[in-house]
Design a protein around this ligand. Structure first.
Ligand SMILES: *Cc1c(COP(=O)(O)O)cnc(C)c1O
Length: 431
């Protein structure tokens, strides 16, 4: 009995400790973000404990009267934000959204063209990930490390020759828009479905600051809702396609890959979509400006940021080659000791067997932007990184400075209401 209580208490203590870890650190992981107070609140509602299988007004259980209204509103908000005719907010993560699309558009044995892992592709588009488990055959687009984009001529040739059932675009290292317009002829010659995985950049797209895939030839777009879109850990699928294809994708989502969806996170997503309509344009601009500023500053300090000829990035992400600083693993671990949290990352030149010790690091500016940091803070962070990994200064000294900088930025911005980030349990206790 008391051991069980001890363990329950211990878990709570871990949560407090984890919150503090992130409150005191500079968060630069490109796939993470912070939710707004109104969205946060939705996670602690009764929506979190109910079932609502199926679509609004076509459910299998009673008690869904309010959920139906909620889901219809979230569907409408998503359609409006992306200016598209179809949306499905049920997938419970980006990968589950991808699986729904894969189930809806393909059968085992079909060919799908995908970004390569070394070109920044996601595991769900790899043979050992979701597309492989669906039994799909994959072909990688050629990737140009100079421009850090899929090579449009090579991709056109591949699509015309191999005629994949589906052509997938979108990466986890996604610095520049995918060449959708350039490939329009290839798509129509192959008669393939075009699927865009916007997991990383969906918030930038919604803010009108990246490309607009569903108006540039893509039929369907999937995404995570917790990366540049600062919502809950959840997924979303949007469509601009014929009714039959869309129905098939919706069957891929339910019953293909989920039974119940998570209603509290769907409600939080709805809040996040509404807030993005209000604040998303400015937020997306600030994120990108911050990424470009940090890239330029790191470059000025002698760190090898990729894609210099193209201005380093047009998204929230930048990538640096840190081979001369000891490699991605050493650099990421050193920075962690300095209170700067980011991840090691494969570079196009890396052999896939090096995934545990790749040459690069990846940096995302969406979370530091979310708490109100601007250009001068980006320069300060770049300087801390430089002093740590090039000058090998004492991590304890850097950590203190990183915390002092972070202490000035703890409030979640670009949303309605006020919330001190990283202190949720305290907020909960005080209520
Ligand atoms: C993050 C990511 C996903 C998966 O998202 P989860 O929400 O983590 O399941 C899918 N595709 C790409 C390109 C990603 O970067």
């Amino acid at each position: 009995m008391s051991e069980n209580l001890d363990n329950a208490t211990k878990i709570r203590e871990l949560a407090v400790r984890h919150n503090k870890l992130f409150r005191d650190s500079i968060p630069l992981i490109a796939s993470e973000n912070l939710m707004s107070p109104l969205a946060m609140e939705m996670l602690l509602t009764d929506f979190g404990f109910r079932y609502a299988e199926g679509l609004p007004h076509k459910r299998y259980y009673q008690g869904n009267e309010v959920v139906d209204e909620l889901e219809e509103l979230v569907i409408e908000l998503a359609k409006k934000l992306f200016n598209v005719p179809q949306s499905d907010p049920r997938p419970i993560s980006g990968t589950v959204a991808n699986m729904g699309v894969i189930y809806g558009l393909t059968s085992p044995g079909d060919l799908i063209s995908v970004p390569s892992l070394s070109g920044g592709g996601h595991i769900s588009a790899a043979q050992f990930g979701a597309v492989g488990f669906r039994g799909l055959v994959t072909e990688n687009y050629p990737f140009d490390p100079q421009t850090m984009t899929i090579d449009p001529d090579g991709a056109a040739k591949l699509i015309k020759e191999k005629k994949p059932k589906v052509a997938l675009f979108g990466q986890s290292v996604f610095l520049f828009p995918a060449p959708l317009k350039e490939l329009a002829d290839a798509f129509s010659e192959a008669k393939c479905k075009v699927w865009y995985d916007a997991a990383h950049v969906i918030g930038l797209i919604a803010g009108g600051r990246f490309q607009d895939p569903l108006h540039e030839g893509a039929h369907v777009m999937s995404g995570s809702t917790h990366k540049t879109l600062p919502g809950p850990q959840h997924g979303l699928v949007l469509g601009n396609t014929d009714e039959e294809t869309w129905k098939s994708i919706q069957r891929g989502i339910f019953p293909g890959t989920i039974s119940n969806h998570h209603l509290n996170t769907m409600a939080a997503l709805g809040v996040s979509l509404a807030e993005h309509m209000e604040f998303g344009r400015k937020y997306a601009s600030d994120i990108i400006e911050n990424a470009q500023t940090m890239a330029q500053e790191l470059h000025n300090l002698g760190i090898k940021v990729l894609a210099e000829s193209r201005g380093f990035t047009q998204s929230h992400t930048l990538v640096a080659n840190t081979k001369t600083e000891g490699g991605g693993k050493r650099v990421a671990e050193t920075l962690e000791r300095c209170g700067i949290i980011l991840n090691k990352n494969m570079l196009p030149e890396d052999d896939s067997r090096k995934s545990q010790n790749p040459s690069g690091i990846r940096i995302g500016t969406q979370e530091v932007t979310r708490i109100g940091m601007g250009k001068s803070e980006m320069k300060e962070i770049a300087s801390l990184i430089y002093r740590s990994i090039v000058k090998n200064e004492d991590p304890a000294v850097i950590k203190k400075e990183a915390k002092a900088l972070k202490d000035m930025f703890t409030e979640v911005k670009y949303c309605f209401g006020k919330l001190k980030a990283y202190e949720y349990i305290k907020v909960f206790q005080e209520r």
